[in-house]
Design a protein around this ligand. Structure first.
Ligand code: OAD
Length: 264
């Protein structure tokens, strides 16, 4: 009992410390991963029940897989789209959106393709009577699942919600459409990752939420802030390779911790 009380006191102190570091910072970069959407009901990749625990990425998330069996790849992405459509942003997304809308110098970066940060940005901006939600839209370094891209001409379109006659085709050139996400072996959009790296370099603080920090180059962003003299705050259910380098490491669920770390 005494140990539990001590632990919760320590967590409370760490939350306060993280809060005061964020309040004093002029430039903040936030990097999120699948864990931030876990409490919205979207499975992570590597944790318990994670997508890569039961499926092989090479069979579903590579250009080679798409070339070999576009039907199978599309089936998986349509399943994920349906799952995501049924989920809503949680209190963690909302707290981050409020931070970005109310404080100058905040850049949100996400590895997630689920669009939940943008949905939270819109609802929070409305609640705060802010006309432009732009400041809380994240740099989506791994793309967006609700967008299609032609694999021949690169034309972007809103996602085709259902199709029965096989994989969809581009209306312009007839090329095979694919989800506009980054697959293993592919490069990230240089403009988006470039903007993320610039933000990481100029940040006083990097807040890293719900990522195993294993997939590069996104996983290298916190180290860029550290090397440039900034601080790291981590929110995660468990320890990661970043934990030892963090000024504050908060172990727990992001939907309950973030609203406490980011007070009004
Ligand atoms: P992972 O599945 O690798 O890691 C999720 C992290 O979230 C783990 O460290 C968990 O401990 C943590 N976590 C789980 N639930 C949490 C919660 N409720 N609150 C806080 N933390 C929680 O996901 P990512 O690091 O995002 O890439 O994976 C990175 C990339 O690998 C993804 O963007 C995807 C994947 O393959 C592409 O699709 C290109």
């Amino acid at each position: 009992m005494e140990r539990l009380a001590l632990l919760s006191l320590r967590l409370e102190e760490d939350v306060e410390r993280a809060n005061s570091i964020l309040e004093q910072a002029n430039q903040i970069v936030v990097l999120t991963g699948a864990g931030v959407s876990a409490e919205s009901g979207i499975p992570t990749f590597r944790g318990r029940g994670g997508l890569w625990r039961s499926r092989r990425p090479e069979e579903l998330a590579t250009p080679e897989a798409f070339e070999e069996s576009p039907e199978l790849v599309w089936e998986w992405y349509q399943w994920r789209r349906r799952l995501i459509a049924e989920c809503s942003p949680n209190a963690g997304h909302q707290a981050l959106a409020r931070l970005a809308l109310k404080k100058d110098g905040v850049t949100l970066i996400t590895q997630n393709v689920d669009g939940l940060h943008s949905r939270a940005a819109q609802t929070e901006a409305k609640a705060l009577n802010i006309l432009d939600a732009q400041a809380a839209f994240p740099l989506e370094v791994h793309g967006a699942i609700n967008r299609d891209r032609c694999s021949l001409c690169d034309r972007l379109t809103d996602a085709v919600s259902h199709f029965q006659l096989g994989p969809p085709q581009c209306n312009d050139c007839g090329g095979p459409l694919r989800p506009d996400v980054v697959w293993f072996g592919e490069s990230l959009d240089p403009i988006i990752i470039g903007a993320a790296q610039e933000a990481a370099l100029r940040a006083d603080v990097c807040l890293v939420v719900g990522t195993s920090a294993l997939v590069h180059p996104a996983a290298g962003l916190p180290s860029m802030t550290l090397r440039a003299g900034g601080l790291l705050i981590e929110v995660n259910l468990e320890a990661t390779t970043l934990t030892n380098q963090a000024a504050v490491s908060l172990q727990g669920r992001s939907a309950s911790l973030l609203p406490r770390v980011i007070k009004a």
